[in-house]
Design a binder for this molecule. Structure first.
Ligand code: KIV
Length: 270
């Protein structure tokens, strides 16, 4: 079964909680897809998790298209969403339309994600009117960290909560099929979820959201512990497992235990 925006929307009505994940290439997308994850996001978090930048700000359209196309080759069922990077849509509606179109045409994405609330409503309307589904993103929006003053929990005052609820309603009214809500207190995640009829997908927004999303590296334990955000739960320790495997590999080569006959192309007579 192929996940569509309609099927994602329907999860809100059925009350079924759902888990989403980021992926950045064929291998990670294939595993997420085969696990039955309904929505896979090629996040601009790849700037930090894959490319080693300190923030998402340097990520380019070319970076995003390269990784989205790789992920698309691993996806059969999930809805694949490409994340529009910093300054690929802020300049004008025309710029946003052109770049969002590239995600579908060149990246093989099914939809795009755009950071921002009411200010992005005109762009979201234009994209949806032109056949490009949009996943909204409010709360902590990492492309705005310079303006926000860092990675800070949002929605800490009644006014801020009211602004977030208004942003959520504006994004919904503009036609987004779902909404990422990042880094807000659980009560705020719950209030935003109740304020809209589209599914909310929380990350650091508590259990009251309709779905959750995690960054691949946080989920499987590849983020260095000192960089892991408080809201992320490690469901595996791949970093530890990889370190162990690399040590075993070197030991086996140095001691002559690898390769042995089972790894060699023996001639019939040997
Ligand atoms: O870039 C990203 O991975 C994201 C998710 C954290 C929602 O925006």
């Amino acid at each position: 079964m192929k996940w569509t925006t309609e099927k994602i929307r329907a999860l809100k009505k059925s009350g079924e909680k759902f888990a989403c994940l980021t992926a950045y290439d064929w291998g990670t997308a294939r595993l997420a897809d085969e696990a039955g994850i309904p929505l896979i996001l090629v996040g601009d978090s790849l700037g930090m998790t894959v490319l080693g930048y300190e923030t998402t700000l340097p990520v380019t359209m070319e970076d995003m298209l390269h990784h989205t196309a790789a992920a698309a080759r691993g996806v059969r069922s999930a809805l694949l969403v490409g994340d529009m990077p910093f300054m690929s849509f802020q300049v004008s509606i025309e710029q946003g339309l052109t770049n969002a179109g590239r995600f579908l045409k060149e990246g093989g994405a099914d939809a795009v994600k755009i950071e921002g609330g009411a200010i992005r409503a005109p762009l979201i309307s234009a994209l949806v009117a032109n056949g490009i589904p949009v996943l909204g993103h409010i709360g902590l929006t990492p492309q705005s960290i310079r303006e926000m003053g860092g990675y800070r929990v949002q929605g800490r005052t009644p006014e801020a909560v009211e602004r977030l609820a208004a942003d959520a309603r504006a994004v919904e009214a503009a036609g987004a099929f779902a909404l990422v809500v990042e880094c807000v207190p659980p009560g705020v995640g719950f209030a935003i979820t109740r304020a809209v009829d589209i599914p909310t997908i929380g990350i650091g927004a508590g259990p009251g959201c309709d779905g959750q999303i995690l960054v691949w590296h946080d989920c499987v334990g590849l983020t260095p512990a000192e960089r892991a955000p408080r809201f992320a739960r490690r469901f595996a320790d791949l970093e530890g497992e990889i370190r162990r495997a690399l040590k075993d590999y070197q030991d086996a080569v140095r001691s002559g235990r690898f390769p042995d006959d089972t790894h060699c192309y023996l001639t019939p007579s040997s």
